[in-house]
Design a protein around this ligand. Structure first.
Ligand SMILES: Cc1ncc(C[n+]2csc(CCOP(=O)(O)OP(=O)(O)O)c2C)c(N)n1
Ligand SMILES: [Mg+2]
Length: 803
């Protein structure tokens, strides 16, 4: 059940009729899915439903213009489009609604996302690229409104890169950059900053992006008068329209119930965008929501009768039906028969989806019931276990939670008994958790051989007369090697192009590699990241530069919601190995010296977080990451670009491994754990402590996510029996994260002779200037005294009180 996208060849009137009827069938099928879907939620078989009813016809028109290689970046209303391109069946629609965890049944997310969040598979089961030019592609949806916009920009930009940059292997990704990235967004979601940021950036970049606004005048209950100036998004975006003298957009307006006009509009939009690489906006007006926003409420609460009547009359399916009859394509009776047939087909698909969902769970329950029965017969507490068993038996729709809850509770009744039945149940529960848990938790990271932690270390090597150079020179030489070795690598950000970044780490590289590979961007952090996500999803190796760590905040939402979840939410069928480069720590003032690492660590699980202490380490991380297929954030030390480092002779080749700590100083009295810029202060404090007879060991974490995979920190604590974590985040931030890793995961508590400590910055933002830094963040004196204090408690005679 697909729409015919071949609108170019000559066809007979019979073929024409067949195609139109096929489209109508598709619209009715999709609607029937929405109607039945809502019922499934209201009767308790599914938890939540959000559907594409009222938006069917424009999506069919869109699908006719959508070609192999193209990408969609849309939202939860696009089920009809997914059906029309042949990527969503009725059964899969319901599998998504039920949350079937088998990717074969539910290819969108294996039950991880609620229904209505669509995906196609860019990767095979081994995590390797499929040929994206031979399939129709949909980037994986996310729920946050307008969150699809930043990535859309990158998906479109990739076509521009593939068309204009030479030397890239395009086999799996592009045919001369002819691919369009198609976006969809609800009218209300255009109020989001991400929408406007993306629209402006696409106009500047002139990329093949076609964005459709599905305008039903509402965003849940809130009418357009509260959302959009003049209540009309295409009206207010008129200034983006291109003209004779200025590049810009083509903007179309069309009513969403007008089938022939929609088809014509989408064909024209595709032509101009694909050929000329022009961004296009299609404002699809007069759409409806026959069932209201979602299953959480009813729209009768906020739409008046007049509006509801209008929605009934202008329902796009109803309008198309009338058009079909008026144009003698089919009679009312023929359509009635067709509609009846579709109802049955959808019911059958729904049933099949339900069976596929519930069957394995029923069989898992049977196993559990059997074991509970046996346990009950063998235990003096059998009557209680029987009750658990009976409750589980009677559940009409048992879930895995119910199975585990009953069996785990049963064990409590036999805790002091010994029986083979008990052992069998214990083993069964353990095995069950082991097999079922991954259905919900796997694929946060790459499972392919390109996983970043599989990339082994290559040490930097040096000529005997190697020069001391500014740290930024090591980086620049290394980026030069990267752009030389990887034609698909590119870097972009504020000031990253012409001047070669604010610290000259890219000096001269734009001249050498061109403006498309080493580029300046507007000040728009969220879409800088989105650009990177989209390009990485299409096989390029973008390095997105966020000028300072403090401004990662602007992009943190999209990093967290989109990039960090991508591999997980597609169960490994899409990836975006984007490298985010930034610099931070210890410059001057509230917004140039922040170190919000704890917040970042909590929000972007799924992205590696690397904090190299110098530029050689940083360069090594870039080299490692380019050999891997995972996203990462690299935070360079802002005050390290002018510090001298030796220039390695294997530039571009040495690799810093992920998740490996480095002991930078050996000592017996205490283990000091730190990272980034603070590490230099810790090293200085260590020298001063040595003078008073305190010999500390210093460990550079280097990689916060993943963290100390070999558990080397606890090995140090076994020797020193004391630990302190020092950083410049606020208390309870990254230092607490590190301490948790060391105490709870590495079980270091058993080796400690004194209280484990953290030394962090003050809770306020760092004040301006040298004194601002001194009174806001740990200084060498603070570190010295904190360590000394512990030694004083241990041995006041040897270490008398300082103050
Ligand atoms: C950032 C964010 N805020 C709020 C929500 C909750 N929410 C989901 S859909 C929606 C309304 C969207 O309306 P519109 O963009 O017009 O799309 P429609 O549902 O009407 O097609 C809201 C507020 C969300 N998902 N994300
Ligand atoms: Mg709306």
């Amino acid at each position: 059940m697909k729409t015919n996208s071949n609108t170019k060849t000559e066809i007979t009137f019979e073929d024409f009729k067949t195609e139109i009827l096929n489209d109508y069938k598709l619209a009715v099928t999709s609607r029937e899915c929405s109607l039945l879907g809502r019922r499934e939620v209201l009767t308790g078989k599914a938890k939540f439903g959000i559907f594409g009813d009222g938006k069917e016809i424009p999506q069919i028109a869109w699908a006719k213009a959508f070609e192999n290689g193209d990408f969609r970046s849309g939202y939860y209303r696009d089920q009809t489009f997914m059906m029309a391109i042949g990527e969503l069946t009725i059964q899969q629609f319901f599998a998504g609604l039920y949350g079937n965890t088998d990717l074969k049944d539910e290819p969108m997310s294996a039950g991880r996302q609620m229904g209505g969040h669509f995906t196609t598979h860019s990767l095979d089961e081994n995590g390797h690229w499929k040929n994206l030019t031979q399939q129709k592609n949909s980037s994986a949806d996310i729920s946050p409104t307008a969150g699809q916009m930043p990535r859309l920009l990158g998906l479109a930009q990739a076509s521009k890169i593939y068309r204009n940059v030479e030397g890239i292997d395009t086999t799996n990704f592009s045919k001369e950059g002819n691919e369009i990235a198609w976006g969809t967004i609800g009218n209300a979601s255009t109020s989001e900053g991400l929408f406007f940021e993306t629209i402006n950036a696409a106009g500047v970049l002139q990329v093949p992006m076609v964005i459709s606004v599905w305008d039903d005048e509402y965003g849940i209950s809130v009418h357009a008068r509260h959302q959009t100036t003049k209540e009309n998004i295409s009206e207010i975006l008129k200034g983006f329209q291109r003209d004779k003298n200025n590049k810009g957009y083509e903007i179309f307006r069309v009513n969403g119930w007008n089938y022939p006009e929609l088809i014509d509009t989408y064909q024209r939009a595709a032509q101009v965008s694909r050929k000329e690489h022009i961004p296009v906006m299609i404002h699809v007006q007069e759409l409806t929501q026959p069932q209201g926003h979602s299953t959480s409420g009813s729209h009768e609460r906020y739409k008046n009768q007049e509006r509801l009547d209008w929605e009934t009359e202008y329902d796009c399916n109803t309008q198309m039906r009338q058009w079909v009859i008026d144009n003698n394509i089919a009679t009312d009776d023929e359509l009635i028969a067709l509609e009846r047939e579709i109802k049955k087909t959808v019911r059958d698909g729904k049933k099949a989806a339900w069976n596929a969902f519930i069957k394995p769970i029923i069989s898992e329950r049977s196993e559990a019931l059997n074991l509970l029965d046996k346990l009950a017969s063998s235990s003096p507490n059998g009557v209680f276990i029987k009750k658990l068993k009976n409750d589980l038996t009677e559940m009409e729709v048992p879930l895995r939670r119910d199975i585990l809850s009953a069996t785990r509770k049963a064990l409590r009744y036999v805790v002091s008994e010994e029986s083979s039945e008990k052992i069998t149940l214990q083993n069964w529960i353990n095995n069950y958790i082991e097999t079922i848990q991954p259905k919900y938790s796997s694929h946060l990271h790459s499972t392919s051989n390109l996983n970043a932690i599989n990339q082994s270390e290559v040490l930097p090597t040096y000529d005997s007369d190697s020069q001391d150079v500014d740290g930024r020179v090591v980086l620049r030489e290394n980026f030069d090697a990267i752009f030389n070795n990887y034609p698909e690598a590119l870097i972009f950000g504020e000031d990253a192009g012409y001047i070669g970044d604010v610290n000259q780490g890219l000096e001269g590289l734009q001249e050498k590699y061109g403006e498309l590979r080493v580029s300046d961007t507007g000040i728009r952090e969220a879409t800088i990241i989105g650009q990177g996500i989209g390009m990485a999803m299409r096989g390029l190796r973008p390095i997105a530069e966020i000028q300072y760590l403090d401004y990662v905040m602007y992009a943190l939402q999209i990093m967290s919601d989109d990039l960090a979840t991508l591999h997980y939410r597609t169960k490994g069928r899409q990836k975006a190995p984007l490298i985010i480069r930034t610099r931070g720590h210890r410059l001057e003032g509230i917004w140039h010296s922040g170190s919000q690492m704890g917040g970042i660590l909590n929000l972007i699980r799924g992205i590696h977080v690397l904090v190299p202490r110098n530029m050689t380490k940083a360069a090594g991380f870039y080299n490692t990451l380019l050999e891997s297929d995972e996203p990462a954030l690299v935070v360079e030390c802002l005050n390290g670009y002018r510090l001298k480092e030796k220039l390695p002779n294997n530039i571009g080749e040495f690799r810093t491994p992920l998740g490996i700590v480095e002991t930078v100083r050996e000592g017996d009295d205490m283990t000091l754990v730190s990272y980034g810029s603070t590490l230099r202060l810790v090293e200085q404090a260590a020298k001063e402590l040595q003078v008073v007879g305190i010999d500390v060991e210093i460990i550079d974490v280097q990689s916060l996510l993943p963290f100390d995979l070999n558990h080397d920190i606890v090995k140090s604590i076994v020797k020193t029996n004391r630990v302190m974590v020092i950083d410049e985040d606020v208390e309870g931030g990254a230092s607490a994260y590190i301490l948790n890793e060391v105490l709870n995961k590495q079980n270091a508590f058993q080796y400690l002779d004194s209280q484990p400590k953290t030394l962090a910055a003050k809770s306020h933002r760092p004040a301006y200037g040298t004194d601002g830094d001194y009174f806001s963040k740990p200084s060498t004196e603070d570190i010295f005294e904190a360590v000394y204090e512990i030694m004083h408690e241990l041995s006041p005679a040897d270490f008398p009180r300082l103050r």
